[in-house]
Write a protein that binds this ligand. Structure first.
Ligand code: LMR
Length: 335
């Protein structure tokens, strides 16, 4: 019997990431080659014509898995019955704007979208926030959608996870698929911590630890970390636009692993609601190593954390606590 199509909402769908992401979803890269999809595309009124152009191209591509496309500027209509919500929409920081100004714009965007999701989405809808500041936008969304379980609200750090894998593969002249179990801890920002202490590489001589193969501590403890932390800015400098295809691809990786499960013996990085694991403040949306099974993620427990890692994990936690305070002050609430 044919499976019911999965309804996937993409907000900010007429933007760069949306344009890269929707064909990936329609080709089955997010939910698998036997899962039909219905795309719900949302954007703001000034982007309505562009959004319609995206819809026209999706029709013209005649994707076998794509059963329907709903393109709308009405948030309530967009959220109706969705099983998965990918939040690309956010207010970009513009010249002269303070962090607080961006945050208060995002608070109003996420407030409207959260309550629409809460009223209209399918039960157990899974939410992935991509728009920056992704962790804190996810937290705001959670605040305004109290009936969506907190385990269903996540943010994207697979982009950083994949970036770390890409750097290690290049350094060792291997393929990205040979590298696994890097970790991104914390915030999707320049304080994130790519941890390679548990990462391994499959070589012709078997599985080795990355630290064993890359005998260059300066590269591992400094260059790699800075490269991954600054990669988003480096792409903007080179391409003059924010990363789009790698962000879209990482969003597919995030949802695919979450829905279909992680591979045996490996984990991914996801921004999830902290339960206090590894001493991280309860209630922050913080990136952890997770495994997924039956559509549920769980934080990998019991990893050894050395002093170097601890300091980096604490620094990115501190930034998230500050962002949370700022967000709540924009919400007019006290913590
Ligand atoms: C990225 O990581 O590429 C995006 O979050 C863009 C940015 O500002 O870094």
């Amino acid at each position: 019997m044919e499976k019911e199509p999965t309804r996937v909402l993409v907000t900010g769908a007429a933007g760069q990431i949306g344009y890269a992401l929707v064909p990936m979803i329609a080709r089955g890269l997010m939910l698998g080659p036997d899962q039909a999809v219905i795309l719900h595309l949302l954007d703001i009124e000034p982007a309505a014509e562009a959004l319609n152009g995206v819809k026209m191209e999706l029709i013209d591509a005649a994707f076998p898995l794509l059963k329907d496309v709903i393109a709308t500027t009405d948030v309530m209509e967009a959220c109706e019955g969705v099983d998965i919500a990918i939040m690309l929409a956010g207010f970009p920081r513009q010249e002269g704007m303070e962090r607080k100004d961006v945050m208060s714009k995002n608070v109003s965007i996420y407030k409207a979208q959260a309550s629409a999701l809460e009223q209209q989405a399918a039960e157990n809808c899974k939410v992935l926030v991509v728009a920056n500041p992704a962790n804190t936008n996810a937290l705001i969304l959670k605040e305004f959608a109290p009936s969506i379980p907190e385990k269903n609200i996540t943010c994207l750090t697979m982009l950083d996870h994949n970036r770390a894998i890409g750097q290690i593969a290049e350094k060792l002249n291997l393929h990205a698929s040979d590298v696994k179990n890097v970790i991104i801890w914390g915030n999707h920002s320049s304080t994130l911590y790519p941890d390679v202490n548990h990462a391994t590489v499959t070589t012709t001589d078997g599985v080795k630890r990355v630290r064993e193969l890359v005998a260059d501590d300066h590269w591992l403890n400094k260059e790699l970390i800075t490269t991954v932390q600054q990669r988003g800015a480096a792409i903007i400098k080179a391409w003059k636009l924010s990363s789009a295809l790698s962000a879209a691809s990482a969003a597919c990786d995030h949802i695919r692993n979450w829905v279909l499960g992680t591979n045996k013996g490996s984990w991914i990085s996801m921004g999830v609601y902290s339960d206090g694991s590894y001493g991280i403040q309860h209630g922050l949306i913080y990136s952890f190593p997770v495994t997924c099974k039956n559509g549920e993620w769980s934080i990998v427990q019991g990893l050894k954390i050395d002093e170097f890692s601890r300091a980096k994990m604490d620094a990115t936690e501190k930034e998230l606590i500050e962002e949370k305070e700022l967000a709540y002050s924009c919400l007019g609430q006290s913590i």
